[in-house]
Write a protein that binds this ligand. Structure first.
Ligand SMILES: Nc1ncnc2c1ncn2[C@@H]1O[C@H](COP(=O)(O)OP(=O)(O)O)[C@@H](O)[C@H]1O
Ligand SMILES: [Mg+2]
Length: 313
């Protein structure tokens, strides 16, 4: 059973203008997204830059105001309680960002950065707190001699580890990871991903893993949703999405996965060009008159795609 559901989430930003600075239009950053999360599973949310991925993550955790839609956690409607300090929701749902540096206070030492969530959510004695901080460092493969250092003294990969340590401090149920490796070198990316996978298995965590690259989420995620202009165009298991994509936008994103192997690079480039031509020719069949995705239709118990219903094309 899923422990958390997002129903028809919308985040619309008003655009103001004119002499009276009134609302003249809206940016439909997130425009009707539904997701549900099972324990111990990893979910991918993928789409090109600007399609609304970060806004979705921030709205779920409570950093962004929801225009409409609902968030249910453990059977309770928490839509209006997401930002309550010290609530179970705030403890159990954590987020890590692409740029972990800017989410850490540069004037605080690692000890205080890691202890902060513990102080907020657990009442531990100073000794117990210190013990928990040491445990956290061990979980992310770092040792005690970093405790008195400041964030700027770490490399990108190390900072991301600290961000993860802070996110897991109070045994969360879901971690929303917004492009957690996009700013890292390829070799470090693989390390951080592997290690996120390890702690997921060890602690039965669920992830909402946000990325612009379908290649990155492939090995991480059990289920994937592909997002385009604020809506989900296709969702399914890893197999549904990678082996049987049904929406033209999913195929396009798949062909855009960069090839690391120089031998196949030219070949992939050719395929990419072909997919792109096909996309330009046929895309109109996949979007409504406003260029937006259609409502999702069920293709199998796990697989949904935003396809035009016969007769509407
Ligand atoms: N605070 C904001 N005010 C107005 N528009 C915003 C704001 N934040 C994001 N947007 C717009 O919402 C859309 C989705 O942004 P975002 O969620 O950051 O996309 P992604 O993470 O997929 O790149 C973009 O068009 C972006 O310009
Ligand atoms: Mg983003």
């Amino acid at each position: 059973m899923s422990f958390m559901q997002i129903q028809d989430l919308c985040v619309h930003y008003p655009i103001r203008g004119g002499f009276f600075n009134t609302v003249i239009d809206h940016i439909y950053a997130v425009d009707g997204i539904s997701l549900s999360f099972d324990r111990g599973k990893a979910y991918g949310l993928v789409g090109e830059s600007g399609c609304g991925k970060s806004t979705t993550g921030k709205a779920i955790i409570g950093l962004e105001k929801i225009t409409s839609g609902k968030v249910f956690y453990e059977g309770q409607d928490v839509t209006n309680q997401r930002r309550k300090r010290n609530s179970a929701y705030n403890r159990d749902i954590q987020m890590i960002f692409q740029d972990s540096h800017s989410s850490m206070n540069p004037r605080k030492r690692v000890l205080d950065i890691l202890a902060e969530p513990i102080r907020n959510f657990m009442s531990l004695s100073p000794q117990e707190e210190r013990k928990r901080v040491n445990e956290l460092l061990e979980i992310v493969g770092m040792n005690e001699d970093v405790l008195l250092k400041y964030p700027h003294e770490f490399s990108g990969g190390q900072k991301q580890r600290l961000g993860i340590a802070r996110a897991v401090a109070c045994n969360p149920k879901l971690i929303i990871a917004d492009e957690p490796v996009s700013a890292l070198d390829l070799s470090v990316q693989a390390q951080v991903l592997n290690f996120m996978k390890d702690i997921q298995e060890e602690y039965g965590l669920s992830y909402l893993f946000i990325s612009h690259d379908l290649g990155v989420v492939k090995h991480m995620c059990d289920y994937i949703s592909v997002m385009y202009k604020g809506r989900i165009v296709e969702s399914g298991t890893r197999q549904d999405i990678y082996e049987n994509p049904q929406h033209i936008y999913t195929s396009r994103l798949l062909s855009a996965i960069p090839s690391i192997d120089p031998e196949t690079r030219m070949e992939r480039k050719k395929i990419r060009q072909q997919v792109e031509l096909n996309y330009l020719k046929k895309q109109h069949k996949y979007y409504d008159e406003h260029g937006k995705a259609y409502p999702l239709v069920d293709l199998s118990p796990t697989h949904k795609a935003a396809l035009a219903i016969a007769g509407r094309e």
